[in-house]
Design a protein around this ligand. Structure first.
Ligand SMILES: [Fe+2]
Length: 458
């Protein structure tokens, strides 16, 4: 095969280039939580709030619409129609399933989840929730039909919670507001791949679940209009036996729904979807989901993307080596099935790896150094949404060879899939102008075009 020569020379080269530790100094900003008053509920009686959507089936013809009504259960339906219909608007209605929960001394509003099925591809739909002066309207675009050369752009955000910084483990801080606004200002993203750590309610006394509500209001301006593909993070665990809360992921599972059954998963914590030209697998710690990798048809969806909260390759002292147990389990599969990208959050900084693997290591071989591997994914950590824990600015003293670029900043990334062989990737500090990218690279598809990439770094 023509490319085997390239691959061989690639292997012989080994890891010889030093990575970049960015000298960019982020303008200091305190990780101050945005006050609750900055996220008021919408006007109107019983107005639906915290509206968010995600893909509702395996293939992108479905959407799950979720919202909260604070006072009454009803109306419990979503009305939707084709936004650009010329000859008389045909309105459809889907009833929601309603859930509520209590957490310590907090009682949730009525949480609605409605799954709209059989939508047409590449179509703009409007939808309406509530009634009377609490009526609210939104819209979304369905993805194009699945196919190998379908261009599509994903936004990559993690760890976002409301602080005065940016997107990545998404705490509600000013940084996170900056990240979200910055992402929206690019107007390029069509769907967000969200890498976990939502509200950071758990860092507050008694896991103050009002933080989940303000978080839902905070991200609505994006998440009501474009699907976010959710990965659960450690801040979604909400295990607190000291206050009588023993159920793992209780607030998260009540508030966020994903189409896990459609991909044959038994848990909402791991599942898979196909969207445009990408097959996306969401993993959770210790979820042995190899069967999904065997189902991927690269001729249909060439781009194979894995999302998991905790990174496997990360050279920040913060959470260093936490992903090691997952690496031992998953890495041989990632290489075997030629995963293109593995996306993570959790560590509150930015890092991109070389294509490396460490699968030759076992107890007796002693081969513990990662080596360049053209079949390996690139590992990207975008745990830099802007969270209350602040930036993780302590990288390991020596930058490991597997680390191509790293920087202690908040930001988001864009993955612009162009066709079955090429995708343009860029990472954007939230303090920069929208057009500026802090790191960028053309990724080549591992299945169809496994050539070595070169970044524009430095
Ligand atoms: Fe995390």
């Amino acid at each position: 095969m023509w490319w085997s020569v390239t691959v061989l020379s690639f292997l012989l080269n080994g890891v010889c280039e030093a990575g970049i530790t960015s000298s960019f100094i982020r303008v200091a900003a305190p990780s101050i939580e945005i006050p609750k008053e900055d996220f008021p509920p919408p006007h109107g009686y019983n107005a639906p709030e915290q509206v968010h959507i995600t893909q509702g089936d395996y293939t992108g013809n479905g959407v799950i619409v979720s919202w909260v009504t604070p006072v009454e259960k009803y109306p419990n339906f979503v009305t939707y129609w084709k936004a650009d219909e010329k000859n008389g608007i045909k309105r459809n209605r889907v009833r929601s399933k309603i859930t509520t929960y209590r957490y310590y001394n907090y009682s949730s509003g009525y949480i609605h989840h409605a799954t709209i099925n059989r939508l047409q591809y590449n179509t703009k739909y409007a939808y309406e929730l509530g009634h009377g002066n609490g009526t609210r309207q939104f819209w979304f675009m369905t993805p194009p039909e699945i196919g190998p050369d379908v261009p599509y752009t994903f936004g990559l955000i993690g760890d976002l919670m409301k602080i005065d910084t940016y997107i990545g483990d998404l705490g509600q801080t000013h940084a996170s507001k900056q990240t979200l606004d910055h992402y929206l200002a690019t107007k390029k993203g069509q769907t967000v791949l969200f890498l976990g750590d939502f509200s950071y309610a758990d860092v507050h006394p008694f896991h103050d679940n009002e933080k989940w509500d303000t978080y839902g209001r905070f991200v609505e301006k994006s998440n009501a209009y474009e699907p976010w593909i959710y990965t659960a993070g450690n801040h979604e665990l909400d295990l607190a036996p000291e206050i009588g809360e023993y159920v793992l992921f209780k607030p998260y599972k009540h508030r966020y729904r994903v189409p896990f059954r459609a991909s044959g998963s038994t848990s909402p914590l791991w599942y898979s979807i196909k969207r445009a030209s990408a097959h996306i697998i969401v993993l959770s710690s210790y979820s042995a989901f190899e069967q999904e990798l065997t189902k991927v048809n690269r001729s249909e969806t060439p781009w194979l993307i894995v999302m998991m909260h905790s990174p496997m390759y990360n050279s920040n002292n913060y959470h260093f080596m936490e992903g090691e147990t997952m690496r031992v389990v998953f890495e041989p599969w990632f290489v075997k099935y030629k995963v293109d990208l593995v996306l993570s959050g959790h560590v509150h900084s930015y890092e991109r790896s070389e294509r490396v693997s460490n699968i030759q290591y076992n107890i007796t071989s002693g081969l513990s150094t990662p080596v360049k591997d053209p079949s390996a994914p690139v590992y990207i950590t975008v745990g830099d949404g802007g969270n209350i824990e602040g930036i993780a600015d302590s990288f390991t003293e020596h930058q490991p060879d597997y680390s191509a670029f790293r920087e202690a900043s908040f930001g988001h990334a864009l993955l612009e899939i162009k066709n079955q062989t090429h995708a343009f990737y860029s990472w954007h500090r939230n303090q920069d102008n929208v057009a500026v990218s802090g790191d960028s690279i053309w990724f080549y598809n591992r299945h169809f075009y496994p050539k070595e990439e070169s970044s524009s770094k430095g």
